[in-house]
Design a protein around this ligand. Structure first.
Ligand code: NAP
Length: 331
């Protein structure tokens, strides 16, 4: 495993981080038990992953807690989150602290390394700042080491909220959506984060867009029909097939993780899965060298201009990482 420093937090973190949300939720999204989910966490730790990202609404904090039993606390960096708005109701800052304490109980931990405000929409940023002021007291009490903020991919394609957060400078870590067809993160978030020492966590590197070949084909065809990508991409069943060759990527998923991993300003690439074989292959991809220059340049030339948040939603609208901001969330 390779380790890096998460911005100015000083935390030493693995460049591959286990995401316990997304559609997989460690496999609990498709029926795995808490113990099976805990085994995914253990398997990741065995491969040297020390960064684990969960959240109150994922329903995976207990599994993380089970997996971490007996693991020395300084061997793992745990990140969790609370929403600040549920069903259009702004949570009182004290409620967010109550959520933090409930997360600590589920995780069986005395403190979390990073506590994020989850999926904050641009119009809720002012409230996030108010909540942060209260969380600083939780930090002083030793329950949180660093305060972070995550954006809502589907509802903030221009990263407006994180741009405000970066200008304000009050958050030490951020989580942002970045992938081969959603590259505006580079100029709008990553460059500024690097300049200001804010730690960065990448979400959505693969999601459905690159793990479901039919979804990729349909998406590219739609974009071509709208004149937004080159028409020849719509004439093939494998529009990203050019990345797979000897000396290049072994699959589109391999390319997707490697594309984001080597972008300047990226600290941790999160991968979400419930399958042990995917844990191993994703960690291997994240540790491989950058894609060949020509392939990377072609991906940037073909898709670098897209601004519409391609692939940030799930077709069945189960945006379980973001829905808490918009509808009743699973507590
Ligand atoms: N607003 C927020 O705060 C927010 C929003 C989104 C995500 N996140 C965080 O970011 C993490 C990562 O996002 P993500 O879960 O969307 O992860 P991802 O790694 O981009 O994509 C995961 C999806 O790809 C599949 N997959 C993963 N590896 C695969 C492989 N090797 N081969 C084939 N399919 C593969 C998974 O299914 P399988 O289970 O079948 O492998 C799952 O459907 C989340 O877990 C969460 O911690 C936060």
């Amino acid at each position: 495993m390779e380790y890096t420093t998460l911005g100015r937090t000083g935390l030493r973190v693995s460049v591959a981080g286990l995401g316990c949300g997304g559609s997989s939720r460690l496999g609990m999204g498709y029926g795995s038990s808490t113990s099976e989910a805990a085994r995914i966490v253990r398997h990741s730790l065995d491969l040297g992953v020390n960064f684990i990202d969960t959240a109150m609404i994922y329903g995976t904090e207990e599994a993380v807690g089970e997996a971490l039993r007996g693991v020395p606390r300084d061997q793992v960096v745990v990140s969790t989150k609370s929403q600040i708005v549920i069903d259009k109701r702004r949570l009182d800052p004290a409620e967010v602290v109550t959520n933090l304490e409930a997360s600590l109980r589920r995780l069986r931990l005395e403190y979390v390394d990073v506590f994020h405000l989850h999926g904050v929409r641009p119009d809720h940023y002012g409230h996030a700042v108010a909540v942060r002021e209260t969380l600083v007291r939780a930090k002083d009490a030793g329950k949180v080491r660093h305060i972070g903020i995550t954006e809502t991919g589907p509802f903030d394609h221009g990263h407006q909220m994180l741009r405000q957060a970066l200008a304000d400078g009050g958050f030490e870590v951020l989580m942002t959506a970045f992938h081969m067809l959603n590259q505006n993160t580079r100029a709008l978030v990553l460059e500024r984060a690097r300049d200001s020492g804010v730690g960065t966590l990448i979400m959505f590197a693969v999601r459905r867009i690159f793990s479901d070949p039919e979804m990729l084909r349909q998406t590219i065809r739609q974009l071509a029909a709208q004149g937004k990508v080159a028409p020849e991409l719509a004439r093939t069943d494998d529009p990203l097939g050019f990345v797979v060759h000897e000396g290049g990527a072994s699959s589109v998923i391999d390319a997707a993780y490697r594309f984001v991993r080597h972008e300047p300003g990226v600290d941790v690439v999160l991968f979400g899965t419930g399958k042990p074989e995917h844990v191993a292959s994703n960690v291997a991809s994240i540790l491989k060298p950058p894609l060949p220059d020509a392939d990377r340049a072609r991906i940037v030339a073909l898709f670098g201009h897209l601004e519409e948040g391609v692939g940030l939603t799930l077709p069945e609208k189960r945006e379980d990482d973001d829905r808490g901001q918009h509808s009743g969330a699973r507590a």
